[in-house]
Write a protein of this length. Structure first.
Lengths: 251, 404
């Protein structure tokens, strides 16, 4: 009998020890292996300590259109979707496009990608009657697809022709980039990627010309580059202070 | 001055019923067009990502502008105490409400998500002139209905002047709001000008009065009630003044644009371009819509002929539609200037004039707005006492001398 009890106690000890070990192995990675991502944790609100911006060096832009293709694939428009088969070319959505500019006098020519400029004082936000067009405190300008009524006033107001209207029913949307018939949309600076600590798809795809970062952080790569070599804003005269900056636009 | 008597119109003739029937058909066609556009999406229209507002908005803005102007006649009687216009005040208020209803219907039915109208009425961004307009337009209904109640119920007549003044101020705010839709747009070369607010107010005087004159002649011609020259000629002279005032504003707008080198591009596009806007501007807006009506209305022969007065009013309306088409469509067709002086090209029509081909559903929707306005007037006349029994000279003109 005493042999049995001893055996049982030993068995309990082994089982107890194994259970503790398994629990430890399960929980430990959560404690020791997590690292803080560049973006804030998902359950914390966005703050205005950060202002996201993109810097585009047009001297290096070689019109490869990789930024456009990447955006299409990431966000599910254009070639990245099976939708918009009925719309004419000028009815189809375009979140980003490459623009060729040339000086008719001198012949000097440039290409640059053009998307929503994520202004600090966005006219699209000013004119939206329902507040669907809004600016997040970290500078990203977006459309709330729940309350957009499709009046297209923001499209009239945008100086950069950044916005598109969905002219037909869609079925092939990405779950993180909601798009719907009768609403207006534009570049979201890949907010779903930014909130995950990643770069926007266009920046990641561009091998030569685009930097993404925090304009409020003087030590970020984008701020350092702006300090060293400067940058301009398109239609700076409107004083909208866009977050998208360009270099090399000396046409 | 004799007391004015009002009564409902009989509204049982074949002519009346056919008018209601035809208007009903136009409304049905418009609703069908709305269903077609909403069900399929806007790809079935001519509107696109460059020209986002099209024919429906031209009709809607015209109706809304005319609505505020149609109230003018009532305002002249109540606010400015011109007794001769008092018999017309009820019709003026009714027409204002009807035109606004028609215009708003077209605007709402063209939304990308008209099912979200309740969202538009519960979520407001008050920096947006559109948000203010929602209050101004719906408030106009309330203000004018109260004003008409004061006019039409004997006990409340002593409040007519106060209600009329409130309605007058409200309509000025409303038309300012409508003009500012364009005046507040900094992005586009053809907009971003303070002149849009006062210009739209003057346009409303002109278009609203032209519509009022035509509706008045139709009602009195159709019912056989007498419409004297005294009142009609006052109205037509007033119309001439308003048309001239609009022309003045247009001249100032383009002269200023011609002075500023920065605006030469868009001014040349409208005044001297190889496009539909230039043709519409000179032929329809200026010659047919402004110069011809002024000439007709002040010429001693044509200005005293009922047929010619009606023609002049129609021309004013035509010119007004052309003017609004040029403002809305032309203003969008001219490219955004992102790189001044540069040649620009892209896959999203940067740097080029945008193309727009109006489609049938858009026209049907727009015309159904007109039909809704007219059917409201037609039916209301039968139900309530809007129509004076007589507008003959002896009955309205306080200074009328009987013909020798």
């Amino acid at each position: 009998m005493s042999d049995n009890r001893l055996f049982n106690e030993k068995r309990r000890a082994i089982l107890g020890g194994t259970a503790a070990a398994i629990a430890g192995i399960t929980i430990a990675p959560g404690i020791f292996l997590t690292e803080t991502a560049q973006a804030r944790p998902a359950d914390q609100p966005v703050t205005d300590k950060v202002r996201w911006g993109i810097l585009i060096n047009t001297n290096n832009c070689n019109d490869c259109n990789d930024c456009v293709t990447a955006c299409q694939q990431e966000n599910g428009w254009g070639m990245g979707s099976d939708d918009e088969k009925n719309s004419q070319a000028n009815q189809k959505a375009q979140w980003i496009r490459t623009v060729k500019i040339s000086n008719p006098e001198t012949g000097y020519a440039k290409t640059l990608p053009m998307m929503c400029q994520h202004c600090e004082h966005p006219p699209c936000v000013d004119v939206c009657p329902t507040g669907a067009s809004y600016k997040r405190v970290d500078g990203i300008v977006m459309v709330d697809k729940h309350i957009c009524i499709g009046c297209r006033y923001c499209m009239m107001a945008c100086p950069y022709k950044a916005r598109s209207f969905i002219h037909e029913n869609l079925t092939d949307q990405r779950s993180y980039a909601p798009r719907g018939i009768g609403t207006v949309e534009s570049c979201t600076m890949c907010v779903h990627r930014v909130d995950d600590g990643k770069d926007p798809a266009c920046v990641e795809a561009c091998s030569t010309s685009m930097i993404f970062g925090d304009l409020n952080d003087p030590n970020s790569e984008i701020s350092q580059e702006l300090k060293r070599h400067g940058g301009t804003q398109i239609r700076a005269d409107l004083k909208l202070n866009p977050g998208v900056r360009y270099q090399g636009l000396n046409v | 001055m004799k007391k004015v008597h009002f009564s409902e119109i009989k509204g049982d003739s074949a002519g009346y019923l056919s008018i209601v029937g035809i208007l009903g058909l136009f409304i049905a066609a418009g609703l069908g067009a709305f269903w077609y556009m909403e069900h399929n999406g806007h790809w079935v229209t001519g509107m696109n990502n460059e020209v986002v507002w099209g024919i429906p908005h031209v009709f809607a803005v015209f109706l809304i502008v005319a609505a505020s102007g149609a109230l003018n006649v009532a305002s002249i009687s109540s606010v400015f105490s011109k007794a001769a216009y008092k018999p017309l005040a009820r019709l003026s208020g009714l027409l204002a409400l009807a035109l606004l209803a028609g215009g708003l219907m077209v605007l709402v039915l063209d939304l990308g998500r008209p099912d979200r109208l309740i969202v538009a009425m519960t979520y407001y961004n008050f920096k947006s002139i559109f948000a203010w307009n929602i209050y101004l337009y719906t408030g106009f209904f309330a203000v004018v209905i109260i004003y008409m109640w004061m006019m039409m119920e004997r006990k409340m007549n002593r409040y007519t002047k106060a209600a009329g003044t409130a309605a007058f101020i409200w309509r000025l705010a409303l038309t300012t709001g409508t003009g500012s839709i364009f005046g507040f747009i900094v992005a586009r070369q053809f907009y971003d000008s303070a002149i849009y607010a006062p210009m739209f107010i003057i346009m409303s005087f002109s278009f609203g009065l032209a519509v009022f004159i035509l509706v008045l002649m139709a009602i009195f011609g159709g019912t056989g009630r007498p419409l004297g020259d005294a009142i009609l000629f006052r109205l037509k002279n007033l119309l001439g003044v308003f048309v001239a005032a609009v022309l003045f504003m247009v001249i100032i707008f383009f002269l200023t644009g011609l002075y500023a080198t920065e605006h030469h591009g868009v001014v040349a596009f409208i005044l001297n371009g190889d496009n539909i806007y230039t043709k519409l501007f000179w032929v329809v807006q200026v010659i047919l819509g402004s110069i011809a009506p002024i000439a007709i209305l002040y010429n001693p022969v044509t200005g005293t002929s009922r047929a010619w007065i009606a023609i002049a009013s129609l021309l004013v309306i035509l010119g007004g539609m052309a003017q609004i088409f040029i403002i809305i469509i032309g203003g969008q067709a001219y490219p955004l200037i992102l790189f001044p002086g540069m040649e620009v090209a892209s896959s999203f029509t940067d740097g080029v004039v945008a193309s727009y081909t109006p489609s049938l559903p858009e026209f049907l929707l727009g015309m159904s707005g007109v039909a809704v306005a007219l059917i409201i007037v037609t039916l209301a006349l039968k139900v309530l006492q809007f129509t004076p029994n007589s507008l003959a000279d002896a009955d309205v003109d306080p200074h009328h001398k009987a013909a020798a």
